[in-house]
Every structure is written in C-alpha cells, then in structure tokens.
Design a protein around this ligand. Structure first.
Ligand code: THU
Length: 133
C-alpha cells in the first residue's frame, strides 16, 4: 500500500474511533474512549468503554472491539486506532496492550496528538516484553 493510502486509512480509522467513543458508557469516570480495529480482511470493528458499578467489570474500548471481532470469526488484525476526549495521545492500558499483543503482535497503534497529527506506534514498542505461554 502507498504511504498516502496508509495515512488516509489511519485518518479514517481515527474518525471511526471518535464516532465509537460517543457510545461510551462511562458514568463513573466520565472518560469516553473509542477504538476502531482493522482486520486483515479489511473489515473495521469499533468499540467503546463500558463501565460497571462494580468497577472491575469495566471493559475498555479496545477490548470491546477485539471481542466483537473475534466472536464474529475475524482473528487477524493490522491496526487499531484509539480516541478519547483528552486533548492528546491516549495510549492503551497495560491489560489492553497484552490483549493487542496476543492478536496483533506485529500490528500498529494509531493515535492522534494535540495538534491533530497522527502518531503510529508498533505494538512491540509499547509492550516490548509481552507475557507469553
Ligand atoms: N479505558 C479504555 O477504554 N481504554 C484504555 O486503554 C484505558 C482506559 C477506559 C476504562 C474506563 O472506562 C475509563 O477509560 C477510565 O479508566
């Protein structure tokens, strides 16, 4: 894929993540997160964070997207974009990085910084020592 097409795809995924964020159920933290996951078959699965009054039952936006996709039979991925209302980069939490690493070890994480610029991270860069069995 050309660099231009790759960048267009990244911007498209960020927009999808921003839209998914609006479905966030986050009455406890008031912190909305959205994610857009691109499969190897070029399908996009979105997710939002879903909180619970029993806080530990909360699921992050990234893992919602993976759960939707994997339960739909799509298990190989290229990229995930993540958006929040923070006016800067929102990195995936440690648990999400471990899940991302399980299913997309060679994938890319797409974020947007406070200037609107797209930043791309390798999964292995954010979780260099993933736990493996
Ligand atoms: N959250 C995510 O959705 N993704 C992350 O990677 C970090 C945290 C959510 C969980 C919780 O609903 C809220 O953000 C505050 O932690």
């Amino acid at each position: 894929m050309s660099e231009k097409k790759d960048m267009e795809e990244n911007i498209f995924l960020i927009e999808k993540a921003k839209k998914a964020k609006e479905n966030s159920y986050s009455p406890y933290s008031n912190f909305k997160v959205g994610a857009a996951l691109l499969t190897e078959n070029n399908k996009i699965y979105t997710g939002c964070n879903i909180e619970n009054s029993s806080y530990g039952a909360t699921i992050c936006a990234e893992r919602t997207a993976f759960s939707k996709s994997i339960s739909d039979g799509e298990k190989k991925f290229k990229k995930i974009a993540i958006a929040s209302d923070l006016n800067d980069l929102t990195f995936p939490c440690g648990i999400c990085l471990q899940v991302i690493s399980e299913f997309m070890p060679k994938g890319k994480i797409i974020l947007q910084d406070k200037n609107g610029d797209i930043k791309i991270y390798a999964v292995s860069e954010l979780l260099p020592c993933a736990f493996k069995l």
